[in-house]
Design a protein around this ligand. Structure first.
Ligand SMILES: *Cc1c(COP(=O)(O)O)cnc(C)c1O
Length: 393
């Protein structure tokens, strides 16, 4: 007797299929080919600091790895001392009190928390507002939870901030995501914006998700505020923080969520069913990072500011007038008039100048007409990039 086998095709889930197509296939291939051909590529496309993690953090990690107590499952909520240190850091930086047990939760990088939170608060069909252009993780996270996305376009004419009256006019919105300092536009928000946002969201029952990954990457001494500085924000907001950019720790995977205890507990519940927390040794490394000499963080800002000025002033001198960012390590540059669209501009830069930039369209419809350039390269490479661009602009 033979067993009937029906041929079948393995298919991705509808949720996976509903993700937008990956736009960078062609340009990624062109970049790989250029590198393989031995061309000296200057990559202004990466959002990953080029500097090494500070030695005090590495040393704390080494010590923690040797401790057998750290070789077991971490408790879900993490090493209690890490949450206490985060609360101290937060008070010192934002003058906001957080209750370590209920209002802070460690994450395997903030992207992990951003991805998991919607599963705890969004029902299929719930409307979620995203600003665009945006960090692509929000879109995926909301889509995976079955949420319906409503986009609010960010315009240069409004400082790349959503208009409060636009939010006011929306109906049946469950949550809104905001990110300031913003990736990719490098725009910042002041406390007044957050006050207005909290007021309108409170009146309409909208949960606010704030992504503050770039809180410590700022220029000219203007510190980005936390939404939690606003009176009453903790009633409706959760904020994501990351060690990645501040401490050059992208590969370590450490961040935290903080704010409204119910929102924090929703995320904690999802996580306890998906992962078992952050490796304890990395949490001890995080404690060392939070207690590091603040001059090291100031040095980072000075370095990025030097690079920013080299790029902006260099390009201005050859006719490309770009507004300098006030925060984050990105330059969001409106295309010079001789270039048509962001994708073909990126291709031209690669083909004619061996320079990689990120086409704005990859961050959303309103990103068209822009390219994003990262400041994660030493100043001499930035000078070289300017010299090359000067020839084709
Ligand atoms: C880099 C980045 C993060 C941080 O992600 P981690 O998972 O903490 O490394 C979060 N949000 C935005 C907008 C980013 O650019």
């Amino acid at each position: 007797m033979s067993i009937e086998t029906t041929p079948f095709e393995i298919k991705f889930s509808e949720r996976l299929q509903s993700l937008p197509p990956y736009l960078f296939v062609e340009i990624d291939r062109a970049r790989r080919e250029a590198i393989a051909a031995g061309r000296d590529i200057i990559n202004l496309g990466v959002g990953d600091p080029d500097q090494r993690t500070h030695q005090v953090i590495i040393d704390a990690m080494k010590k923690a790895v040797e401790d057998v107590n750290n070789h077991h499952y971490p408790f879900d909520a993490g090493v209690p001392q890490l949450r206490v240190e985060i609360a101290k850091w937060f008070k010192n930086r934002f003058a906001v009190e957080l209750e370590p047990q209920t209002e802070i939760y460690p994450l395997i990088g903030s992207k992990e928390g951003i991805a998991h939170l919607p599963l705890g608060i969004i029902n299929p069909g719930d409307k979620v507002v995203l600003t665009e252009p945006a960090y692509p993780a929000y879109q995926a996270a909301v889509t995976f939870a079955g949420g319906k996305i409503q986009y609010l376009p960010l315009k240069a004419s409004h400082g790349f901030l959503p208009k409060i009256e636009d939010i006011e006019s929306l109906k049946n919105v469950k949550a809104i995501f905001v990110c300031y300092p913003n990736n990719p536009t490098a725009a910042t928000a002041d406390k007044k914006f957050y006050q207005d946002l909290v007021a309108v969201c409170k009146s309409k029952g909208i949960i606010i998700v704030s992504d503050l990954a770039y809180s410590e990457v700022y220029y000219d001494g203007i510190k980005p505020p936390s939404i939690l500085e606003v009176e009453g924000a903790k009633d409706i907001a959760i904020e994501f923080h990351s060690f990645s950019k501040t401490y050059f720790m992208t590969g370590w995977r450490l961040g935290w969520a903080c704010g409204n205890p119910k929102l924090v507990s929703a995320l904690a519940k999802v996580k306890s069913n998906c992962d078992s927390g952050v490796f304890n040794a990395i949490q001890y490394a995080g404690i060392a990072a939070l207690n590091m000499d603040p001059r090291a963080i100031e040095d980072m800002r000075v370095e990025y500011q030097t690079r920013r000025d080299a790029l902006i002033n260099g390009l201005r001198a050859v006719g490309w007038k770009i507004d300098p960012p006030q925060a984050a390590f990105y330059v969001w540059a409106k295309l010079p008039s001789k270039f048509n669209d962001s994708m073909s501009t990126a291709k031209t830069f690669l083909e004619q100048a061996d320079i990689v930039v990120t086409p704005g369209i990859g961050f959303g419809k309103s990103g068209e007409g822009y390219v994003r350039m990262s400041l994660t390269l030493p100043t001499d490479r930035i000078h070289e990039a300017v010299a090359r661009l000067a020839k084709i602009l």
